[in-house]
Design a protein around this ligand. Structure first.
Ligand SMILES: NC(=O)c1ccc[n+]([C@@H]2O[C@H](COP(=O)([O-])OP(=O)(O)OC[C@H]3O[C@@H](n4cnc5c(N)ncnc54)[C@H](O)[C@@H]3O)[C@@H](O)[C@H]2O)c1
Length: 441
């Protein structure tokens, strides 16, 4: 196929060479004239495996943008989205935060649009630059000509091994909202790799890209935390490699897709209490981080977020499920019960408000509800409360099978953090963090 590249820097040039090595004809455009010199002299000023060999045999032509667009069926955009050096992790973490700078990407998209308007032909334009979630929709799409069939296809490559990583990806991530564009892109990718092709909306692809990197950061932090513990316990024989090797062999739950789902926070007889005990250990051993308390705070904040979501519906409140996991009556460490207790604060606060108002002879209506929420679990409670048959906001706190097609009363709102409840007529279903399949209200 005829492939174009706009931006042939540290990502663009090695990727363009890799694509050419699969038999495609590649042309390129870059505002930096040095790129043409690198290709002519067959030399780049940075180290990249395989690039010297590929440069020796390349026929990539650097052309004006209009020609690249005219000649190409698919155009990749790999211009920089840089960060101020303050945010690159080489200086002390600044107090301020900042998004990437999209000026270069916007300029290149504007220029491509203008040329395609002149050419009056549609082109598949695939952005591979890194952007934060929502940027393509909010900042890039408004600049585009109707002739741009836009895709977002970030690469999971590491600098230094770009060619190999591009040709051997774990997945091909493809954000797209144009059906024809995806067919052509799939045809192209079949010539490069047989890795799974994950087609999705552009915003989901943006989310996958940056979270792939943060997941790796999380793993590194986890291993380094253990390294610090092992250093402090070295006199007792602790060794981080022994510990991590054993954990790495746990391919059912740890190194696996297990738990890779949004739902309720952690629960059970071990997890919350282990973290709380380890927070004490972190203090005693003066660890530089207390990741255990931080983890428990994430759990606390999610519980409070769910509680606010429930409170936002001015209806009776029902929490379905007391068990910490589906299909059992085990309630130890249950996040569902933690949520119920959070909502009970409202009842206590309402009671206090009432008492204060009575003392001050203030007759203003209380700001909080004084009706306690109902909580029910088919594995724990023998008696089914009558409130379950009246419209309410139902929060599914345990993923019991019984709640998937439960007889939710018409007029109810069902909040489902697991995304498994089936819609039913007359019920508003809130699938948290998922595209909603809402029943008729
Ligand atoms: N380098 C990597 O390993 C890597 C890995 C993954 C993602 N990325 C992402 O890829 C993007 C590019 O990164 P990079 O490291 O290749 O940057 P880079 O600065 O090395 O290359 C960008 C190139 O785009 C050119 N350019 C700028 N504006 C242009 C325009 N209007 N028209 C044509 N060319 C233009 C520049 O001259 C430069 O050669 C960034 O968003 C980066 O985050 C890079």
């Amino acid at each position: 196929m005829n492939i174009g590249f706009v931006g042939l820097g540290k990502l663009g040039l090695p990727s363009a060479l890799a694509i050419e090595s699969k038999g495609h004809v590649v042309t390129g455009y870059d505002v930096n004239p040095n790129i043409a010199t690198y290709i002519e002299n067959k030399q780049i000023p940075y180290m990249e495996e395989n690039v010297p060999d590929l440069l020796n045999k390349t026929s990539i032509q650097m052309l004006p943008l209009a020609d690249v667009l005219r000649l190409s069926e698919i155009v990749f955009v790999a211009v920089q989205t840089p960060h101020d050096p303050l945010y690159e992790g080489v200086t002390a973490l600044p107090e301020t935060t900042a998004d990437f700078d999209y000026t270069y990407l916007k300029n290149s998209c504007r220029a491509i649009s203008e040329e395609l308007d002149v050419l009056k032909q549609d082109r598949i334009v695939i952005i591979i630059s890194t952007v934060l979630p929502g940027v393509i929709e909010q900042e890039i799409k408004p600049l585009l000509s109707k002739h741009v069939k836009l895709c977002y296809n970030p690469f999971f490559i590491a600098m230094g091994t770009t060619v190999h990583d591009f040709l051997h990806p774990e997945i091909v991530l493809f954000g797209v909202d144009d059906k024809d564009a995806v067919l052509k892109a799939k045809k192209f990718y079949r010539t490069v790799t047989d890795a799974p092709f994950h087609e999705m909306s552009i915003v989901n692809a943006e989310l996958v890209k940056v979270n792939y990197n943060t997941y790796i950061s999380m793993k590194i932090n986890f291993a380094n935390n253990l390294m610090e513990i092992c250093e402090k316990m070295r006199d007792q024989g602790a060794d981080v490699d022994v510990v991590m090797d054993a954990l790495s062999d746990c391919t059912k739950r740890i190194i696996s897709p297990a738990y890779m789902r949004g739902g309720m926070p952690d629960g059970g007889g071990c997890h919350p209490r282990d973290n709380i005990a380890l927070a004490d250990f972190a203090k005693r051993h003066a660890l530089s981080n207390d990741v255990y308390t931080e983890g428990m705070m994430v759990r606390e904040h999610h519980i409070k977020w769910f509680a606010d979501m429930i409170r936002s519906y001015k209806m009776p409140k029902v929490i379905l499920g007391k068990a910490y996991k589906p299909g059992t009556n085990l309630t130890v460490g249950s996040p569902s019960i933690r949520l119920y207790n959070e909502l009970l604060h409202d009842v206590a606060s309402a009671q206090r408000e009432k008492e204060v108002a009575a003392e001050r002879k203030n007759h203003a209506s209380p700001t909080r509800t004084s009706t306690p929420p109902i909580m029910w679990d088919p594995y724990v409670d023998s008696k089914r409360p009558a409130e379950l048959d009246k419209p309410a906001v139902f929060f599914v706190g345990t993923r019991h099978e019984q709640f998937r097609d439960f007889d939710y009363p018409k007029g109810s709102v069902v909040i489902d953090p697991f995304g498994y409840v089936n819609p039913s007529e007359g019920v508003t279903l809130v699938k948290v963090g998922r595209q909603q399949e809402v029943g008729t209200e």
